[in-house]
Design a protein around this ligand. Structure first.
Ligand code: FES
Length: 318
């Protein structure tokens, strides 16, 4: 993946434990264009890659803005962004990718849980610009943890936003039953936030008759995989002809690594795409969140950090 060097033009504290970073090219040239819902990979000082949604106006690619929650549960990425990356620093990012694109709809509902507001804020700006009918429901623990609260409240689409605080009075809580009741055929919902929030909103939507095609979800941490049906399959390294067993509970990356074949990895969760490897034969069992459905369908590349095989043998382009 070709990376882009950018400079942190501004780092601001947006809310308790949430910092935003404005990124520009050091020479002032525009960055690649992006659409609402896009994310970038950011290379952290320790070399690892982390994914962050772009949360600025998608009509302006002179800069990108991301926001990062300091998360004590994380594997250190958010701490590094808060503590080791400052204004003026140069960092590397990937070009934007969009796994969470807006589709045209008669009406759009956006559900943000905490820091999950980032791609949805970009979508709200896009929908407001195009005069679309939409509503953003922003659920947060407390007002002081609400990133971009003032920006949203003073925006042109403020009347389309509901803030719902866990510590607030009952009448401002998100009433999912009434918001999701009776979905029309051309209504779409987008959900981003912690796993529990996503599960809660999507379960309620399905209960009210929403179809999978109407529900769009953005994950930045892979959902726990169900590995109960996993068995052993074999991988063949095309260049040497050597074949290796990959038992349940082990990944292709781990097995090949033991035999001196190192595949570079970063997230090891099927999110970043660092480990992508060509597949010459066999049927992939894609477990990643990186490829689009169409790309998965092609069956010519997979993410060996987490994906497996549906056929007894996969021939890898290594
Ligand atoms: S290492 Fe990130 S997708 Fe495999």
């Amino acid at each position: 993946m070709s990376m882009i060097q950018v400079q942190v033009r501004r780092k601001s504290l947006e809310a308790q434990d949430i910092a935003s970073f404005e990124l520009v090219r050091p020479d002032g040239a525009p960055l690649p264009e992006f659409s609402a819902g896009s994310h970038i990979d950011v290379r952290l000082p320790d070399g690892m890659l982390r994914q962050y949604s772009l949360c600025n106006d998608d009509g302006d690619s002179r800069h990108y803005r991301i926001a990062v929650l300091r998360d004590a549960q994380s594997r250190g990425g958010s701490r590094a962004m808060h503590d080791a990356v400052g204004q003026g620093d140069l960092i590397e990012i990937s070009p934007p990718r969009n796994h969470f694109p807006l589709v045209e709809a008669q009406r759009t509902l956006l559900f943000a849980g905490g820091i999950g507001v980032t791609p949805l804020l970009c979508m709200a700006q896009r929908l407001a610009k195009s005069g679309a009918d939409f509503q953003l429901h922003y659920c947060v623990r407390t007002p002081d943890r609400t990133a971009f609260r003032d920006e949203i409240a003073s925006s042109g689409f403020a009347s389309r936003v509901g803030f719902h605080y866990d510590d607030g009075p009952a009448d401002q809580r998100l009433d999912l039953a009434s918001v999701l009741a009776g979905p029309g055929p051309d209504v779409h919902a987008y959900v981003c936030g912690p796993q529990g929030f996503i599960d809660h909103v999507t379960a309620a939507a399905r209960l009210h008759g929403w179809s999978d095609e109407q529900l769009h979800v953005e994950y930045f941490q892979a959902a726990p995989l169900d590995s109960t049906g996993d068995g052993t399959f074999r991988v063949k390294v095309a260049s040497s002809g050597n074949v290796y067993d990959v038992p349940a509970g082990r990944t292709v990356v781990q097995v090949l690594g033991e035999h001196g074949i190192d595949i570079p990895v970063s997230c090891e969760q099927g999110i970043c795409g660092t480990c992508i490897t060509g597949v010459l034969d066999g049927q992939c069992d894609h477990r990643d969140l990186y490829f689009t459905d169409e790309e998965k369908e092609r069956n010519d590349r997979f993410t060996p950090c987490c994906s497996r095989a549906k056929s007894p043998l996969l021939v890898l382009d290594l």
